[in-house]
Design a protein around this ligand. Structure first.
Ligand code: SAJ
Length: 426
């Protein structure tokens, strides 16, 4: 299938890089977003999100005339929908997937569809969302036929092709990663494969829409369950007075064992969210997946409790002092190493809890930001690592940033250290 104009609906962390990479292959791309600021920024050749190399690709695509942004859909040969799928609270379940953005994007695209068009859902979705999207579109366009009623003969082709890129490496992974392509029919899969072949160098593997939806949820649940195993081990080892870092190193010497790293919890917008999409549809069956979520979600509180214990120990060794005299330093706020993204970060949550309850001085070291976010952290001070190392009575390592790993152990003066990432622990 030939595509002259491709539209990407939703210009966020996935949609914008995808639009720019397709445009860099000299295809006309219309990016659509309801956010006027994002649209204006992109049309100026700039970007409104943080992602390495993305600014260069967007700037070139806009300057050469291949990428343009608009606030409402225009006719195109293919539409890629990459909008958020957050949670909504429903029937006492606070982790039900909210398809409102997919619904409004599909209803906005429906009026401009024409015979032969391809619509791809890229947003991470619960099983059945692609079929639901097709129903929403069909309701608005009785003059066109859709795969759910006309199979391979349908006017409109529909597929689910989940994004699988790692934040921080999006521009490279978009091109290099394999793609799972779940068409509602085999012709839908073929059309979607033709589209991805424009820029994907990895393999395009076809399946059904429902399997593709479940594949994406499975990938992130796999990682979540494995991180939960590492986090549970860290709590067990703490109780048994064993170094979890040494333990994992040793166990990983076994040729068929590969344990991930414990941490202060699981952050980001995907791994802590997607497993709930499985749990919410199959609550009685998804027992391990739910427990993994609970283990990982409880880890930040465990770290806070450890910090309080360390403060208590410090005070028991320094009779002349009260909690007001204790300085606590938190190293790292981001949700993972070497990025500036603080959203959904367990490190941020832990730092906020500490600063909110500690009556003494709280220091924050986060080399990737220039200003502390307001709210609970407004009582803390953002300082250089040297100052924190020199003055802190209790140190909490929350993110394994490259710079922190380079600090010589001799520089860490206090014995009251909570190392949630194993950076300074043996
Ligand atoms: N983490 C640990 N221990 C580990 C590995 C990670 O505690 O051993 C923590 C990180 O610190 C972070 C969280 O897990 O807080 C998630 O980080 P991540 O690097 O594992 O993943 P994300 O959320 O940046 O991106 C994931 C990726 N999925 C997988 O690796 C299976 C990415 O490929 C997906 O495209 C992305 O989710 C998404 O958009 O779904």
């Amino acid at each position: 299938m030939e595509f002259n104009t491709i539209s990407v609906v939703g210009l966020g962390y996935i949609g914008l890089p995808t639009a720019a990479v397709i445009a860099s292959r000299r295809k006309n791309v219309i990016g659509v977003d309801v956010n006027q600021h994002a649209v204006d920024t992109i049309n100026n050749g700039d970007i409104h999100i943080v992602e390495p190399e993305l600014d260069i690709v967007v700037h070139a695509a806009v300057k050469e005339g291949y990428l343009r942004a608009a606030t409402s859909p225009e006719p195109a040969d293919a539409f890629l929908i990459a909008v958020p799928t957050p949670f909504k609270a429903e029937n006492g379940n606070e982790h039900t997937p909210d398809l409102t953005y997919i619904e409004s994007a599909s209803k906005a695209v429906a009026p401009v569809l024409k015979q032969g068009d391809l619509v791809i859902l890229e947003s991470t979705s619960p099983v059945g969302a692609t079929e639901q999207m097709a129903v929403w579109m069909a309701e608005l366009r009785p003059d066109l036929t859709f795969p759910q009623t006309h199979g391979d003969e349908s006017d409109i082709r529909i597929a689910h092709c989940p994004e699988r890129v790692l934040p921080g490496h999006v521009v490279r992974e978009l091109v290099e990663n394999d793609r799972v392509i779940g068409g509602m029919t085999s012709k839908c899969s073929q059309a979607a494969t033709d589209l991805y072949k424009i820029f994907v160098e990895g393999e395009c593997i076809t399946t059904t829409a429902r399997t593709a939806e479940m594949a994406k949820l499975t990938e992130n649940s796999f990682r979540d369950v494995n991180i939960a195993f590492a986090n549970e081990l860290s709590i067990i080892c703490d109780k048994l007075d064993i170094s979890v870092w040494e333990l994992i190193r040793l166990a990983n010497r076994h040729p068929r064992v590969n344990i991930l790293q414990p941490g202060p919890g699981v952050g980001g917008h995907c791994i802590a969210v997607d497993p709930w999409f499985i749990v919410s549809e199959t609550p009685d069956e998804a027992r391990l997946i739910r427990t993994a979520r609970e283990v990982n979600d409880s880890k930040p509180q465990w770290v806070v409790d450890k910090v309080n214990e360390a403060v208590g120990k410090y005070l028991s060794e320094n009779f002349d002092k009260t909690a007001k005299d204790v300085t606590i330093a938190c190293f790292g706020l981001a949700f993972k190493p070497d990025i500036d993204d603080l959203r959904e970060s367990p490190a941020l949550k832990i730092a906020e809890d500490i600063v909110g309850s500690h009556p003494g001085q709280s220091l924050i070291v986060e080399p990737n930001i220039e200003l502390l976010p307001g709210g609970a952290l407004s009582r803390a001070q953002l300082v250089e690592e040297e100052e924190a190392l020199r003055t802190a009575d209790v140190i909490v390592l929350l993110v394994d940033h490259k710079g922190f790993k380079e600090i010589p152990l001799a520089k860490i003066k206090t014995d009251h250290l909570i190392d949630s990432r194993g950076v300074w622990s043996v």
